[in-house]
Design a protein around this ligand. Structure first.
Ligand code: PNS
Length: 171
């Protein structure tokens, strides 16, 4: 326990679009679960960038199956502001992964805004260097153009992606 009277962080929120979850996301989740007693992986309902490939239910289901080995990880979703959601579920820290320096610029503004809105700190984990170039959008692009993405996503995600491709008639 810190000697300044405050209690250690106990409940972390790891937010994202997870469209789809990648090995890089799973690495951050595993490392967060080793640091915090409880980690909520929070799927944003409507990603701002574009309409998602996977529905909210699919993104949550993939994450639940990928994280079933971690008893202190739960999967949830949120709409609206992350700062409001964090307060609503009484979490006390936001966790984000940083892959490259360019991530830092936008994340710094998000971290300041979230702290200003809800007084919650953001803690950053450096992505493992082997995942520094892995993003959901790149995975989707490579996959939809017929490339092999097995190295970059959990097996369950690959199954979901194959199913999605068949459903969309792209064999
Ligand atoms: O996986 P992503 O798409 O990089 O995740 C971005 C996410 C969901 C973390 C971010 O867009 C977010 O926090 N959205 C919720 C809306 C919000 O709070 N916006 C203000 C951020 S300071």
């Amino acid at each position: 326990m810190p000697d300044n009277g405050s209690v250690p962080h106990s409940h972390a929120v790891y937010p994202g679009s997870f469209d789809p979850p990648t090995d890089g996301h799973l690495d951050v989740i595993a490392r967060s679960a080793a640091i915090f007693p409880l980690v909520t992986v929070a799927v944003v309902v409507n990603p701002q960038k574009r309409s998602p490939l996977f529905t909210l239910d699919e993104r949550e289901e993939m994450l639940r199956r990928c994280t079933s080995a971690y008893p202190n990880v739960r999967v949830d979703h949120f709409r609206g502001l992350l700062a409001d959601y964090v307060r609503r579920i009484s979490a006390d820290v936001i966790v984000k992964g940083l892959r490259v320096v360019s991530d830092f610029e936008s994340e710094m503004a998000f971290a300041h805004m979230n702290r200003s809105l809800s007084n919650v700190d953001t803690m950053f984990l450096m992505s493992d260097s082997s995942y520094s170039f892995v993003s959901s959008s790149l995975i989707k692009e490579v996959f939809l153009q017929g490339g092999d993405i097995a190295k970059y996503v959990p097996e369950v995600v690959l199954e979901f992606m194959n199913t999605k491709r068949h459903a969309q008639g792209r064999n």
